[in-house]
Design a protein around this ligand. Structure first.
Ligand code: AHR
Length: 495
């Protein structure tokens, strides 16, 4: 007899799941922007105005809703004026954080905004507090959004863009407790207040200002920011990466055993604790939940692939990463009242990428497939679920075996996303369906593989891919689902 129990109350609605939870982050780091996105107009790789076509199409398929740029740590040493104007005249810079490589600034504001227009996604720009000035930040916003006659709007027009862009999301610095200036919370809170004052709303453009939030469980940072600057922000970020080992020895992306699988998933579940604890602090200053928690960097961080530049953070992506993505996205969905946006790090060729490229070749990772399966939750209404889960035991440690979230889309379809964390055993999941008069049809998709280390390669790109799932039976209470071990499942119920 299964100890799992899932009760789904389709008539108890818990608010909208912002589509921005399915957001991405692309930094000038390694081969993310250059090669991953930007190949230039003269490249033999098929491109639209310099942006590779295969990547554009793949990102459109998962309905990428928002893209954060230019960093990361890179943002606090990026001077945007060096990245506009004729490309062959742009100033070069050294990317000191990421491999010490020279950057030609060919991908700048115009290229990024064009990318977002092609993807039909919202741009989320992170400004420079660490090594920039208030004037520089203020002029960037004027350059992008001012709709009248001004020095910056004239310069924008000279550079080929007459109309202002719409820009909603703007971050005032990145990791200012670390690579963004090594500031104390008390100091940054005042700097934040000063910088954000000059991030102006021009014409009808309205900016959602995002303050730099805490590193993992730095609750002091959250407390100080909410107390000193809470009234001046719309959102505050949170960064938390899943690192299986220690920072000095993080572990391999593909060579790991069951114990490391377990530890990775355990560390992923910590995201829920973090959101609860940070939200509790935010609730004291913002009980109406006006300020969004923006988890704008999350994902796995392993040792780089052997033989690659350590500063490029290139790693493979296995079924384990699919579970990490599925669990995190369920957590974000279930905290939709506070989590307004999340951005996986990073879109292409860096950390937990959804796409990997090698020259003209491109593959989709298991993480990509999870984003594809979960896109049904974008802007859907979360519905109430109650879960009792069996334990997943390893040595003397225990985790819940299952993770779940559910929503109702605009057509009234119910979508349930379930993860079975257990590397070895399947899971019988009885699902009680409440608030549904009759079930017309149920369809399913599953992502799993024969091995926990399974991954896609350029030689064999379809080792891990979603397939149709039919291991469920309708009964009087609802459904009986038989999940395979180590799997992510999507069930769609038409009522
Ligand atoms: O995503 C890689 C780096 O991780 C980012 O640049 C930084 O913000 C974080 O420390």
């Amino acid at each position: 007899m299964s100890k799992n129990r899932l009760i789904l109350n389709a008539d108890i609605e818990r608010g909208k799941i912002s589509k921005h939870i399915y957001g991405h982050f692309s930094e000038h780091l390694g081969r993310c922007i250059y090669e991953g996105i930007w190949v230039g107009e003269d490249s033999p790789i098929p491109n639209i105005n310099g942006i590779r076509k295969d990547v554009l199409e793949a990102l459109k398929r998962i309905q990428i809703p928002v893209l954060r740029w230019p960093g990361g740590c890179f943002a606090d040493e990026y001077h945007w004026k060096d990245g506009v104007g004729p490309r062959d005249q742009r100033k070069m810079m050294v990317n000191t954080h990421w491999g010490g490589v020279t950057e030609n600034n060919h991908f700048g504001t115009h290229e990024f905004m064009m990318l977002c227009e092609l993807l039909e996604c919202e741009p989320y720009i992170c400004g420079n507090v660490g090594s920039g000035t208030v004037q520089e930040m203020s002029e960037w916003v004027e350059y992008m959004t001012f709709d009248g006659d001004s020095p910056m709007s004239r310069w924008r027009a000279e550079n080929g863009r007459k109309e202002p862009w719409k820009l909603k999301y703007f971050g005032v610095g990145n990791e200012n407790w670390g690579c963004g200036g090594n500031m104390r919370a008390e100091y940054y809170a005042d700097e934040y207040r000063r910088y954000q004052t000059y991030v102006r709303n021009y014409g009808s453009n309205r900016i959602y200002r995002i303050a730099c939030g805490p590193n993992v469980d730095d609750y002091h940072w959250m407390e100080v920011m909410m107390r000193q600057a809470g009234n001046f922000m719309d959102g505050i970020s949170l960064h938390y990466y899943t690192v299986p080992g220690e920072w000095s020895n993080k572990g391999s992306a593909t060579q790991f055993d069951e114990q490391e699988w377990f530890t990775t998933l355990k560390k992923t579940l910590f995201m829920d604790t973090l959101i609860r604890n940070h939200s509790a602090i935010m609730d004291r200053y913002d009980p109406e939940k006006r300020v969004g928690l923006i988890v704008d960097e999350w994902g796995t961080w392993y040792d780089v692939e052997p033989g690659t530049n350590p500063g490029f953070l290139y790693q493979q992506n296995t079924l384990r990463d699919a579970l990490v993505a599925g669990i995190n996205l369920n957590i974000f969905n279930n905290h939709n009242d506070r989590v307004h946006m999340a951005n996986i790090a990073q879109t292409i060729n860096v950390l937990q990428a959804v796409i990997l490229t090698e020259g003209e070749k491109m593959i989709l990772t298991p993480t990509y497939h999870v984003f594809d399966m979960y896109k049904v939750h974008q802007d859907a209404t979360r519905i109430d679920v109650y879960l009792e889960s069996e334990e997943y035991v390893m040595e003397d440690e225990k985790l819940p075996k299952l993770s779940v979230s559910a929503s109702k889309d605009a057509q009234g379809r119910i979508n349930i996303t379930l993860c079975n964390l257990d590397h070895e055993n399947g899971a019988e999941v009885p699902v009680d369906l409440h608030g549904i008069s009759s079930v017309k049809n149920v369809t399913g998709t599953v992502l799993t593989a024969d091995k926990i280390q399974a991954h896609n390669t350029f030689e064999d790109p379809e080792v891990v891919k979603p397939v149709s799932f039919e291991d469920f039976k309708l009964n009087e209470q609802g459904l009986n689902v038989s999940m395979p071990a180590k799997s992510v499942v999507l069930l769609t119920i038409e009522a």
